[in-house]
Structures are given as structure tokens and as C-alpha cells.
Design a protein around this ligand. Structure first.
Ligand code: PXG
Length: 481
């Protein structure tokens, strides 16, 4: 392919795209030869070649063949303000000219990181007033492991190191954060989890609630935390970490009884509560943070994704006054940091993203208008004969595909039907993900009512086709959990 020079637009019009990409087949061949993809089976990918995305505007992305696709996943749960906002490009360019890089180590700072940290403190609930910056969610959660251990050691309690998290939680892909996560397939590669982390059951009523009501099951799932603290010993436990709503695990919306009981247990025990808001932060659940939607009072919040709407890689750990005070009073260095902690360009872009979210009332619109509308339309998909449950929190939602609605049954061949549905969505220019046999969405928060209608219509047709295929292939057979 040689070295091609891109021909970027300078008109300022986001639709005036780079047009001289190589041919799709050439890019696919080069991609197959030189690019190792995350969370991808290379053999399966190379059989058909990657779909190459070249541009985006609003909720739509375009591929190298000129197809326009409705991105109901907002990239990877992150493009909250939608694609193609010139304001973010402009502040990035301005900041690169002014100060492309400086670090925040060794007693230095810069205007953008100062302004961003202050803005996050203003938006974050309670007394979460101080941010340690990272490049994304994985490294922010690795920071959290070191942070909570350093906190307790600073208080003269060095044995409090153990962290409790949940099966099927997702906290990232670095060794520490993948260990916090409860993904079996990830643990199976490379001998995870690292020591000092244990996992309790998730509040997944649909699959694991049995004959209990959701409320009874929510209490039971939360009480597993109390039992685990007792087993490990409160004197050894540093923190509990969880996503307000599990995202990558399949949009698992906890029963209403779950978080109040978790909060009670954390309050009754001397452990820190970490809310991983990488997906649920910045409007996803219809409030600025999932902690507000679910009435959680975390000591630390992990943030990333929607902080910059994915326009720049940036994340962080937002800590409470209680934790900050220990570092402020005890002194001593926190021997931890990333070259790009608080990167000025990423900080400037994040700040502009937050300005847009706020000034355009995007979170309020999700709460009062488009969120309730999506909930109503999503519930209609829940009536489809292939769907056992439709659940939603703000702008993140899941459908449980099943061969037997009344029994909440899994497919005998687990994970066989979700990919069929995903492929039908893809073929009709809708990006909807599957997690096993769950279909999930997390669209840009700026999605309009008419775009929601288009999304639901395409999803409905994909469900019809999936059901026909599943019947034809003999997959409509109930299995056991
Ligand atoms: N915490 C949560 C709750 C996440 O969802 C991370 C941490 C890690 O963030 P970074 O920025 O390091 O990726 C995430 C990321 C999926 C999928 O398949 C989800 C994520 C990332 C990649 C894929 O749903 N979430």
C-alpha cells in the first residue's frame, strides 16, 4: 500500500471527509497482515476481513464502502455526544499548538488539567472532589488498587489490601483491572486473577434469580458481600468495586433492593466503595452518574469513556474528601503515575465535551424525553417471541434471547443465537452487540426520537430473521443453566 498521505479536510465541515483511502480490500489485507485486534479471534476476522469505519456524524458512522450505519453502541459505550463535533477538534488543535504535552508529576500542573479537575468535582456527587487522571478505565482501576491499599497503609492498617468484586463484572484489561473483573474467559488466559481479589455473585435476576422475586434476589446477591467480608476478615478488606449497572457483562440492571443493601453493608463495615462509572458516567443512565440514579455514595468513582465522549483517551479516579484528607495530612509520596496523566490535549477535549453535554442539556433530555421514549419502544421489543426480557437503564439496554419465554430458558447451545442476531443487525446497517445470547445497545445520548424509531425497526426485523434462522437450524431448544 506504500505511504499514502491523507488529505484531511480544512473546510471545517465534518461531512467533507478524507476521501483518498486505499481500496477496502487493500486495507483489509494490510490490517490482516499487521494489526493484532483486541478481543478478536484472528482466524475468524481474517476469513471475512474487518469492516473499516471511516467517518461519523451524530449517531451514524460510515464504512469504506460508503454504507451508513446506525451505531447503537456509541463506539464502545463512549461517544456520548455523537460523532463529528468540530468544537472538540478545534480545542484539540488549539491546545496542541499552545502546549501539546506537559506532565503533572514533580510539582507541576497546567491550566487544562486544573480546569477539568475542577469541573469534574462540580459535576460529581457528594464530596468526590479530586481526580487522579489516567488514559482510560483499565489503568484507572489499576490506580484504584494501589490507591486503596496506600490509603489504608497510610492510616496504619497495612493488612487491609483485599478487594472484593463480582463475577461477570468488567473493570478493564490490564492485569490488575482484569483481575478485578469477573470474566472467566479473561482469567483463563495468563493465570488471573492476581492474589488479593475475590468475586461474589452478580445481581443477575433473569439468569440466576430462580424462583425468588427480583427484590428478594437483589437482597440475597447484596448479602453475599457481607458473607465475603466475614470470610476474608474486615481487617483484611480494603474495598468493594462494582459497576452501578454491569455493562460488558450484558447490561445487568440490578433489582431495586440491591444497591441500598450494598450501601448498608459498606457503611456498617470499614471498607471503601468504588463505583466503576466508566460506562454509567456522564449521562448514560439518565443522570450525570449511575451513583445518582442508584443512590450510591461511593468513596471512589472510576471514570473514562463519556468523559471525553471517546474523542481522546482519558480516564480517572475521582476520590472523596475523606480519602484526599489522608493524603493531604499524612504526607509521603504516592509512588504511582502515568506519563499521560492529565494530558493537556485530552483534558481540553474532555472539558469541551462536558461543556457541550451541559449547555445542550443532553443528560436532561435523556432523563425527561429520549430515555423514557426509548424505554417505551424497547419494551415493545420485549414482546417479541424470541425475547425473554427487555431491560433498560437510561440509554443502556439489553434483550435476553430465549427459546422459551415463560421459563427464562437459555438455549441448549449457549451463545449460538446472539451472533446470528448481531449479523442480521450488521447486515441492515445497525450496530447492536451480542453478549452470548443477549443483545445490547448503548447509543449516543444525542439520539433523536426518529433515530430511535429507525433503530427499533431494524432491531425488530433482525429479531424476526434471527428467529427464522434459529428455527431452521434447530437452535430453538431450551437448555439448563
Ligand atoms: N470499567 C468498565 C465498567 C468498563 O466498561 C473499563 C473499565 C476499561 O476501560 P478501558 O478504557 O481501559 O477500556 C471498561 C471498558 C465490551 C467492552 O465488550 C467494554 C469495555 C471495553 C471494551 C469492550 O462491552 N469497557
Amino acid at each position: 500500500m506504500g505511504n499514502r498521505r491523507q488529505n484531511p479536510s480544512n473546510s471545517g465541515d465534518p461531512m467533507d471527509h478524507i476521501t483518498n483511502h486505499p481500496a477496502t480490500a487493500d486495507m483489509q489485507a494490510s490490517d490482516a497482515a499487521h494489526h493484532l485486534h483486541p478481543f478478536t479471534d484472528t482466524v475468524a476476522l481474517n476469513e471475512k476481513g474487518a469492516r473499516i469505519i471511516t467517518s461519523g456524524k451524530g449517531v451514524m458512522i460510515k464504512d469504506s464502502e460508503g454504507e451508513e450505519i446506525l451505531d447503537a453502541m456509541a463506539g464502545l459505550w463512549c461517544v456520548n455526544i455523537g460523532y463529528g463535533r468540530n468544537e472538540l477538534a478545534d480545542v484539540a488543535a488549539r491546545q496542541m499548538r499552545e502546549l501539546p504535552y506537559y506532565n503533572t508529576f514533580f510539582q507541576t500542573s497546567h491550566p487544562m488539567v486544573i480546569a477539568l479537575a475542577e469541573k469534574i468535582a462540580q459535576l460529581a456527587p457528594g464530596d468526590l472532589n479530586r481526580t487522579f487522571f489516567s488514559c482510560g478505565g483499565s489503568d484507572a482501576n489499576d490506580t484504584n488498587i494501589r490507591l486503596v491499599r496506600h490509603y489504608w497503609a497510610s492510616l496504619g492498617k497495612p493488612t487491609k489490601t483485599h478487594i472484593i468484586s463480582r463475577k461477570n463484572g468488567y473493570h478493564g484489561s490490564a492485569i490488575g483491572s482484569a483481575s478485578l473483573g469477573g470474566m472467566e474467559a479473561m482469567h483463563a488466559q495468563g493465570g488471573l486473577p492476581i492474589p488479593g481479589i475475590s468475586h461474589i455473585d452478580q445481581p443477575y435476576w433473569y439468569a440466576e434469580g430462580g424462583d425468588l422475586s427480583p427484590e428478594e434476589f437483589g437482597l440475597k446477591a447484596a448479602q453475599a458481600l457481607e458473607a465475603e467480608i466475614e470470610r476474608v476478615g474486615e481487617g483484611n478488606v480494603a474495598a468493594f468495586i462494582a459497576e452501578p449497572v454491569q455493562g460488558a457483562g450484558g447490561v445487568i440492571v440490578p433489582p431495586s433492593t440491591y444497591w441500598p443493601e450494598i450501601q448498608r453493608i459498606c457503611d456498617a463495615n470499614e471498607i471503601l466503595l468504588i463505583a466503576d462509572e466508566v460506562i454509567t458516567g456522564f449521562g448514560r443512565t439518565g443522570a450525570w452518574f449511575g451513583s445518582q440514579t442508584y443512590n450510591i455514595r461511593p468513596d471512589i468513582m472510576t471514570i473514562a469513556k463519556g468523559l471525553s465522549s471517546g474523542y481522546q483517551p482519558i480516564g480517572g479516579s475521582v476520590i472523596s474528601e475523606k480519602i484526599a484528607a489522608v493524603f493531604a495530612e499524612k504526607g509521603g509520596e504516592f509512588a504511582h503515575g502515568y506519563t499521560y496523566s492529565g494530558h493537556p490535549v485530552a483534558a481540553a477535549v474532555a472539558l469541551e465535551n462536558l461543556r457541550i453535554l451541559e449547555e445542550e442539556h443532553i443528560v436532561d433530555t435523556v432523563a425527561s424525553d429520549t430515555g423514557p421514549y426509548l424505554a417505551q419502544r424497547w419494551a415493545e421489543l420485549g414482546q417479541h417471541p424470541l425475547v425473554g426480557e427487555a431491560r433498560i437503564s437510561g440509554m443502556m439496554a439489553a434483550l435476553e434471547l430465549t427459546p422459551d419465554v415463560s421459563a427464562r430458558a437459555p438455549f441448549a447451545e449457549s451463545g449460538s443465537v446472539g451472533p446470528i442476531c448481531r449479523d442480521h443487525c450488521f447486515a441492515s446497517n445497525l450496530i447492536m452487540r451480542h453478549v452470548g445470547d443477549k443483545m445490547i445497545i448503548s447509543p449516543p445520548l444525542v439520539i433523536s426520537r426518529s433515530e430511535i424509531d429507525t433503530m427499533i425497526e431494524r432491531a425488530h426485523k433482525a429479531l424476526d430473521k434471527t428467529m427464522a434462522d434459529a428455527k431452521a437450524q434447530g437452535l430453538m431448544v431450551a437448555g439448563t443453566r
